[in-house]
Design a protein around this ligand. Structure first.
Ligand code: HEM
Length: 430
């Protein structure tokens, strides 16, 4: 008998007799996963329908089979996911994704450099005089930056809308217990209200721009999509930009909080970054700043779990899965595994500057496979420039950087980090 047929469910902790593992997991998610990984290995069951994976090869196998055997994360409170509908949506998204990809590549991303620095300096202004909570500041910055990238001069009001969108998803990420969407809970009503308002606002923006005379070269991602050949229907343009806006603010904001913390803790690193930046930014190449970003994404991957739902009866690492079963891939543990990384818990940007290849299979801050992050080039450029600019123009002072340990806050980021960005005077703000 084949191995897969003998075994149906991997081993895992039994947990509470009634509540299972959920209370222990919600209490300390990373601690729970570390302990369980140490006891049960690289593939373990959380409950009857959920399997965790911390093996790079198995994780890549799942990611590569996304859209065929697995679907990406479904709606936040879909208790009984409609797999057929989700599969059809995946097909439509893949086609839009191919169209939008060149609008987010390295060259397109670099064209936004000057605006990125401008937006950062503008939003950093209140933090130059006193310590501020870094997470809301980072969220505002990434929301302005991505809204500007997508809608340029029409972006007014969108950052606030993106902040509302982050707020409405927070109750769903804070706890593993979810209620069905039809229950008239305030959080559900608010979710649908903000969702409808967002769709309406973006649809209006797309329609209005469609009526404009087209410029010679696209000024922003909306222009780029409206120039697509074959033409994209307005609804598809809207849905694509909505996906980009949602992916492009909360997650990079979490990474920025981790970057700010490292800069606050490491004056020598800041001095080296300052030397690299010189007096002129943006600069085409910033290898040290880029290494800092890669190392932050290794140690504190904002997307520290990726969820997949089995679409059909399938197998994984010798275990069998039923349609609807969930597989959770864990970049956080993979990035800190001594089997793949030397001194895994140490922050060492230098590991990216040796010329030796990194263990690529064991590095997945942007995922992999057909649903790999479509904004990764833009994110890397934006975060690299942000790191360089923060070191060049400011001294990061923080009263709690040492104690602000990374915690799960929707995304993985240091909790309650406060900092002041004291201007160095070396590179005055515009
Ligand atoms: C530090 C920055 C970022 C990180 C770590 C990150 C990480 C990720 C990861 C891991 C995924 C795959 C999730 C999965 O497979 O379940 C993903 C998907 C995605 N990301 Fe990013 N991302 C970042 C920035 C951005 C930015 C700036 C944008 C947009 C400009 C963006 C747009 C998207 C979109 C639209 C998807 C969905 C792709 C799909 O399902 O086909 N991301 N991101």
């Amino acid at each position: 008998m084949a191995r897969a047929e003998q075994r149906t469910r991997p081993p895992g902790p039994r947990g509470h007799w009634l509540m299972g593992n959920t209370p222990a997991y919600d209490d300390d998610r990373i601690g729970f996963l570390r302990r369980t990984h140490a006891e049960f290995g690289d593939v373990f069951a959380f409950d009857e329908r959920t399997v965790f994976v911390t093996d790079p090869a198995v994780a890549h196998d799942v990611l590569a089979r996304t859209n065929t055997d697995f679907l990406t994360e479904l709606a936040p409170f879909d208790a009984q996911p409609d797999l057929g509908h989700a599969a059809a949506e995946a097909g439509a998204w893949m086609s839009a994704r191919r169209t939008v990809w060149p609008g987010l590549n390295h060259t397109a991303a670099a064209a936004a450099d000057a605006r990125t620095v401008e937006i950062l300096d503008e939003l950093a202004r209140p933090a130059t005089t006193h310590e501020v909570d870094v997470l809301p500041l980072a969220r505002a910055f990434t929301a302005y930056a991505v809204a500007d990238y997508c809608f340029g001069r029409d972006a007014a009001g969108l950052p606030e809308l993106l902040a509302d969108n982050l707020d409405i998803t927070e109750p769903f990420t804070a706890s593993s217990y979810q209620f069905p969407a039809w229950l008239p809970l305030p959080r559900h009503r608010r979710f649908f209200r903000v969702h409808r308002h967002t769709v309406r606002t973006l649809t209006d923006l797309v329609r209005r721009r469609r009526g404009d005379i087209r410029p010679e070269t696209p000024r922003d991602l909306l222009d780029f999509l409206l120039d697509a050949d074959p033409a994209m229907p307005d609804g598809t343009v809207m849905a694509t930009l909505r996906g980009i806006l949602m992916g492009g603010h909360g997650i990079p904001a979490a990474a920025i909080v981790s970057i700010v913390r490292e800069l606050a803790l490491r004056p020598e690193l800041v001095a080296d970054l300052r030397a690299e930046a010189g007096d002129a930014l943006p600069a085409a190449r910033l290898p040290l700043a880029e290494a800092v970003v890669k190392e932050v994404l290794r140690l504190y991957p904002p997307v520290w779990l990726m969820t997949r739902t089995a679409r059909t009866h399938t197998h994984l690492a010798g275990w069998s899965l039923n349609p609807g079963d969930e597989v959770l891939l864990n970049p956080h543990l993979i990035h800190r595994d001594p089997r793949w990384w030397e001194r895994p818990d140490e922050f060492d940007p230098g590991r990216w500057l040796t010329g030796r290849p990194a263990p690529r299979m064991a590095y997945l801050p942007f995922g992999a496979g057909p649903r790999v992050c479509v904004g990764s080039a833009l994110a890397m450029r934006q975060l690299t420039l942000t790191t360089s600019r923060l070191a060049q123009a400011y001294t990061v002072e923080s009263s709690n950087a040492a104690s602000a340990a990374p915690r799960f806050l929707g995304r993985l980021a240091p909790a309650d980090l406060c900092a002041r960005l004291a201007p160095t005077g070396r590179c005055p703000m515009a």
